[in-house]
Write a protein that binds this ligand. Structure first.
Ligand code: U3P
Length: 150
């Protein structure tokens, strides 16, 4: 019995810290609110479905929320070499695949209906000890960098 479980335990031990990060509730919350990779497919509208599924429509509709469709490693890298300082925050050096859901209408009372925008954006996040813990804003890529024109 133990000989069969041995390799499984080893895999769980090795995968543990990267896959669960169970000791960082702020990072867990960040993932629940802002990480969806690959982008989920729903039978109904993406934003209406995922906002409800991630618990962002109770007791009131959250007004703006962004989901990032990039790997956890790429997102975490923004806290390090993949990002640069932006005030107290970090801005991604590359634009990222994201969907921003914005509440339609003026009331935050459910049912919650959202419009969505999926243009690529630089993301601005807050980090704590190298872990993303806060999504601040996204900046739509509007200008062509001078470097691209050279
Ligand atoms: N927010 C987004 N995307 C945006 C702008 C704001 O998700 O582009 P929090 O619960 O304070 O972390 O700014 C207010 C809230 O809107 C933030 O939520 C932020 O995550 C979200």
């Amino acid at each position: 019995m133990m000989t069969k479980l041995g390799p499984l335990l080893l895999v769980l031990l090795l995968a543990g810290p990267e896959s669960s990060c169970g000791d960082n509730p702020r990072y867990e919350k960040f993932l629940r609110q802002h990480y969806d990779n690959p982008k989920s497919s729903f039978s109904g509208k993406y934003c209406d479905s995922i906002m409800a599924k991630r618990g962002l429509t109770k007791p009131e509709c959250k007004e703006v929320n962004t989901f990032i469709h990039e790997t956890k490693n790429n997102i975490k890298a923004v806290c390090e070499e993949g990002g640069e300082p932006y005030g107290n925050l970090r801005r991604s050096k590359e634009h990222m695949k994201v969907t921003t859901c914005k509440l339609k209408g003026g009331s935050t009372r459910p049912p919650c209906k959202y419009k969505e925008n999926s243009s690529p954006r630089y993301i601005v996040i807050g980090c704590e000890n190298g872990w993303p813990v806060h999504y601040d804003e996204s900046q739509i890529v509007t200008t062509v960098d001078n470097a691209d024109l050279d």
